[in-house]
Design a protein around this ligand. Sequence first.
Ligand code: NAP
Length: 251
Amino acid sequence: MSTTRPVSPVTLVTGGSRGIGAATCVRLAGAGHDVALSYVRDAEAAERTAEAVRAAGARCVTVRADTAEEADVDRLFDVAAERLGPVTGLVNNAGVSGPLGRLADADTDVLRRVLDVNVLGALLCCRRAAQVMTPRGTGAIVNVSSAAATLGSPGDYVHYAASKAALDALTVGLAKELGPDGIRVNAVAPGITDTDMHAAMGAPDRAAQAAPGIPLRRPGAPDEIAAAIAWLLSPDASYTTGTVLRVAGGR
Ligand code: NAP
């Protein structure tokens, strides 16, 4: 009887240290993926998530890598491949919004950073994923969009909503471009989800306060978003590509 370890999918999750990204890493580990996760500031959170992934029986590598920086993205993919093997999946989860407010009051630096991380970062990661997956004729990408892309988020962050609408367009176009190469590209559009992101916007209670306006009357939990991401990466979604799966409690 062979004792060779079965080959696991290797999935790279950007912004995997906290929130939806961390829940995704742990769920993917439970589904048999080895995981490379990136983060920017919080190395301790990254290591905590890595420990949870390893406790679920998967291999995990953490890489400090800003998705808005081309050299960081290249290093992230290189380290993942060296430590875990060829990358078979990508979750473009890293995202920022800046403070809540009207566009008229937004700083140019905030607008630039939101577009750099949410759009350029996703493009850089998708480009590298396309380069490594195409020769293998297989792979799956999930972009983490937002319900904001269609709601528009007036008064909160129309710039963020616009960046997520760009991700939806990227998803549809890249799915058509890479379908013939055997690569699936989808997006998950979460509604308000209970993570630290709202504190970073200056409104730590925002998720709970939004509950009355959500048909299911509560914010989402990170693992409920992770479930959709994991499904889109799984063989069960083998005929699903170019779709934006809304996970927003009915909003
Ligand atoms: P979060 O709790 O703020 O976590 C963000 C994660 O991304 C952290 O791991 C952070 O790492 C990392 N990160 C931030 N900028 C990065 C960059 N430039 N490069 C690499 N990693 C970076 O956010 P979340 O709520 O889980 O959101 C995850 C995704 O879901 C985002 O794309 C967000 O737009 C989307 N989303 C969230 C909600 C919601 O209500 N929470 C709703 C819809 C969509 P460090 O801590 O090290 O910086």
